[in-house]
Design a protein around this ligand. Sequence first.
Ligand SMILES: [Zn+2]
Length: 324
Amino acid sequence: MLGDFLEDSAGGKKVVVASGANVTSKVRGAVESALPKKPVWVEVAAADIENVDRVIAAASGSGCIVGVGGGKSVDVGKLAAFKLRLPFFSVPTSASHDGISSPFASLKGLDRPYSVMAKPPVGILADIEIIASAPRRLLASGCGDLVSKLTAVKDWELAHRVTGEYYGSYSASLALMSANAVLDRSRALGTFGRGSVREIVEALISTGVAAGIAGSSRPCSGSEHLFSHYLDLLSPEAGLHGEKCGMGTIMMAKLHGIDWRKVRTALKNVGAPVEASQIGVGDSMVIESLMKASSIRPDRYTILSRRKLTRKSAALLAKSTGVI
Ligand SMILES: [Zn+2]
């Protein structure tokens, strides 16, 4: 199947596969047997510019780039393909965030701590069996990234009202549909049966498409993502992206005056963390992130731009929602 997928796009030229070490050892045989010619493998060690440059160097004269793995390889492959103007294929082996389909790449070593515009994949091959066999923590994190669309869309609506920024109701609805898949069916999804895994993957793909339609990350990323990005700066190794965004969503939902308890319950039902201590983040980091998150991206108007939390109000928000 992968061969059918890639053959036309590669136009007879070589295929470059960006993949992490663990994934490479698992899928190398399957990928090579699916392709008419042996691809060039580039082992991605980290989601940073150095690894993007390594993929670019290996991709000279190639027809397409494939990112196989979790977040890192997909992000690195996506940005390399964007820079080289080559088609990019996403082959996720886990579903912990919406980068598997979005036009954005999240990398370290850039001049800003949030995603950059790259290009959407021309194809996504998601093997549900492989994704279901990945650690459940990754899928729970994917659910955290999904619920975050609830507050992302609220922030987008707010920005539209306050600044006149473009608001796309179609892409907003699409993103909300993905958040509601988790909010309304968290108990069933939390079993992580094949049907549940498929629904999580489809919802994640759908949010990436929503960002593509909007032409910005607005439907997928609001104040809860800014909170997560600020925590990344303070404690780069603590927690997964979707875990931090999920916790941020609980707090931002309260600021927006919507049902934050429902978000918290849904996250608990899928086994995602709802308390900062579960991912090794201290109270002071949560409070600092709430106070300073909006400074990461002043151009993005969110509820944090409007409310301008003080140390006292940030602590109150985090405590009243059970995050600290
Ligand atoms: Zn995200």
